[in-house]
Ligand binder design. Structure first.
Ligand code: A2P
Ligand code: 11C
Length: 337
């Protein structure tokens, strides 16, 4: 069976990847409809060697669409997911707009694929935040074995998470500074080249950023455990693609580094890259363009009884966004539509 698929935000950093991943994985597409703002109306984008014209997103954009992949920002998702759903499409939404809605499943296919069934509630499935997705892929097998009680995570996040304009800002600032000229800040409030900003998304009343609270709330929802304690510090670093994370967990049952390595080696979507004797560990550069979540530096936390430290890296635009969304669409196509 073939499906009519819409990509909302097709001209963006994630939308671009969605087209690539749909093609690479040979998703059963009948019609592919590319939607963006009026700025992009009439532009052409390539899909499987064909040039497809970009249309302006509007209320009548979803006629005959079976699956709509959204990545055009939260306010477009808020407004247009219900419109798409009312016209019969199932939305896979990459924004944060619907993630915490109790009627909307929040899905990482390697972790909670059965939750896709709940798409019938509102016609919407939420794709988690990129930094949450890769952490879930790495922690699920450890949680199943040893029950995680607490997670302390610090992230090192690529600028592509902000979008194409931020990729440009890092490139331009780096060039200017290396040539002895001042850096101009347009996207971020401070210089991002050769710097680290402990600030992703907006600041909330509790002093955390929204990105940090996404990691807390989304983790609890995906693992179905509101008692799980999570605390996060999320940091933007001058890296183009792939988020890295230093993850510390405390488990109920003892979990040795060797056992964790064994569990992770057998886990779906994970590749263990952990051979420090040969200076082997995952880096953002290695993960860029890939779909797996890479885990290394696995070691016991010697400061507590049942603690473990890990270094988790994945491509934020692929597994953190486009690939995860297309995997959800594959589950829909194979089982539900
Ligand atoms: P456009 O390219 O026409 O502005 P990124 O995250 O890389 O900045 O991309 C954001 C995506 O969301 C782009 O595809 C962008 O389209 C799309 N987008 C932004 N605003 C709107 C809007 N008002 N209506 C439809 N699409 C939008
Ligand atoms: C970043 N995690 O790296 C963000 C991007 O909630 O979907 C994705 C924001 C979101 O900037």
């Amino acid at each position: 069976k073939l499906f009519n698929v819409a990509v909302v935000g097709a001209t963006g950093a994630v939308g671009n990847q969605m087209l690539e991943v749909l093609a690479e994985r040979n998703f059963p597409v009948k019609e592919l409809r590319l939607l963006a703002s009026e700025r992009s109306e009439g532009k052409f984008l390539e899909f499987k060697g064909e040039q497809l014209v970009v249309q302006k997103l509007g209320r009548d954009s979803f006629k005959d669409i079976d699956i709509a992949l959204f990545s055009a920002g939260g306010s477009r998702s808020e407004e247009f997911c219900p419109i798409a759903a009312a016209s019969g499409a199932v939305c896979v939404d990459n924004s944060s707009a619907w993630r915490m809605d109790p009627d909307v499943p929040l899905v990482v296919p390697e972790v909670n694929p059965a939750d896709v069934a709940l798409h019938t509630n509102k016609g919407i499935i939420a794709n988690p935040n990129c930094s949450t997705i890769q952490m879930m892929v790495a922690l699920k097998p450890l949680h199943d074995y040893a029950k995680i009680k607490r997670i302390v995570v610090s992230t090192y996040q690529a600028v592509s998470g902000t979008g194409l304009n931020a990729i440009d800002e890092l490139r331009v600032q780096s060039g200017e500074l290396l040539n002895g000229r001042p850096a101009e800040c347009k996207v971020y409030p401070h210089q991002i080249a050769f710097n680290c900003l402990p600030h992703i998304d907006v600041f909330l009343d509790n002093g955390y950023t929204k990105e940090e609270m996404k990691m807390v709330n989304e983790t609890q929802k995906i693992l179905g455990d509101e008692s799980l304690r999570v605390t996060a510090t999320t940091v933007r670093v001058p890296v183009f693609y792939s988020h890295s994370e230093a993850v510390n967990i405390e488990t109920e049952k003892p979990l040795s580094a060797a056992k964790a390595r064994e569990l992770l080696a057998a886990a779906p979507g994970v590749k263990v890259v952990d051979d420090v004797a040969n200076l082997v560990y995952p880096t953002a550069i290695d993960a860029a363009g890939q779909d797996l979540t890479y885990v290394g530096r696995i070691r016991e936390d010697e400061s507590i009884d049942n603690g473990l430290n890990l270094w988790v890296v994945a491509d934020n635009l692929r597994k953190g966004a486009a690939t995860n969304a297309v995997q959800i669409a594959e589950l829909l196509a194979a089982k539900y539509l």
